[in-house]
Design a protein around this ligand. Structure first.
Ligand code: DGL
Length: 284
């Protein structure tokens, strides 16, 4: 679909995409495929990563500050929270503080699981905070699914280290999934679908697919969120009034720390050069 069809009568919008680190680039990659004409500003709050081991209050404060940067300083007219942890624990707080539409990744992920599962039993792997919030279990239950969630706290640091095809990572995944599947069996679940409930995990998809039982479907919340973003944007298109800024490059990247590492690993994860990443200070 061309941008004229996607956004009739208006310039393509600036979309803010936010994650605690590199993982959200999987969502940006999916958005770029669907909305090639839009402008994007991506922020990775790398100084304060991981979010997945922090409290709701802290995650909400970090996420609200990050989204406000994208809206106030980068002119985002629409924001995608490309982080399951922030979506699970802080979507309400972010939406309350935001004058523009904000989309999280949990509901799209649960809808994709519903579409994929035949047995109605699904497994979810995510960060500790996402699992403790039971946001996926609730979203799945609302769709008539039974969900068993498991925290996999070692996976985000392995991705941030760039160990996406490393034997240590493969072994960690094998152990986590074996524990989860044994637990599912003990609970009498006949799970046929695994939701990657953290936007870092799609970067481990080849290793995860090798470790799941034959026939189990692997759902990437990044793709599901990008599809939902296209629908929501179309619905909001008439209210988007701010003109596109031709002085700005269509893709802008910001990080709160480790800019060099972001440039190096980000290009790899996004399958294209991220160019210059700007350092921003959002406070402590
Ligand atoms: N990418 C984030 C998510 O989807 C997790 C990373 C973190 O723990 O900060 O949950």
């Amino acid at each position: 679909m061309s941008s004229a069809e996607q956004f009739p009568g208006i310039a393509p919008p600036t979309i803010g995409v936010f994650d605690s680190g590199f993982g959200g680039l999987t969502v940006l990659r999916a958005l770029l495929r669907r909305l090639p004409q839009a402008q994007f500003a991506f922020l990775g709050d790398t100084a304060r990563l991981p979010y997945g081991s922090k409290s709701r209050r802290t995650i909400a404060r970090y996420a609200v500050e990050s989204v406000q940067f994208l809206i106030r300083e980068q002119g985002a007219q629409f924001v995608v929270i490309a982080c399951n942890t922030a979506s699970a624990l802080a979507l309400d707080a972010i939406q309350a503080a935001s004058p523009v539409p904000v989309l999280g990744v949990i509901e799209p992920g649960a809808s994709a699981a519903q579409a994929a599962s035949r047995t109605g039993d699904v497994l979810v792997i995510a960060t500790d905070a996402t699992v403790k919030s039971h946001a996926y279990a609730a979203a799945c239950q609302a769709r008539g699914l039974r969900a068993l969630e498991k925290a996999c706290p070692l996976l985000v640091p392995l991705v941030e280290e760039g160990w996406t095809d490393h034997p240590v990572t493969a072994e960690v995944i094998r152990i986590y999934l074996a524990e989860l599947i044994a637990d599912a069996t003990a609970h009498g679940l006949h799970a046929d679908t695994l939701v990657l409930g953290c936007t870092h995990y799609p970067l481990l998809r080849p290793l995860i697919e090798r470790a799941v039982p034959t026939g189990m479907k692997v759902i990437d919340s990044a793709d599901a969120a990008a599809d939902a973003a296209v629908h929501l944007l179309a619905a909001h298109a008439p209210s988007i009034s701010q003109p596109v800024r031709p002085d700005q490059p269509p893709l802008r990247f910001f990080a709160t720390d480790s800019v060099d590492k972001f440039e190096r690993l980000g290009s790899r994860f996004l399958d294209r050069s991220v160019g210059k990443v700007e350092l921003v200070d959002l406070g402590g």
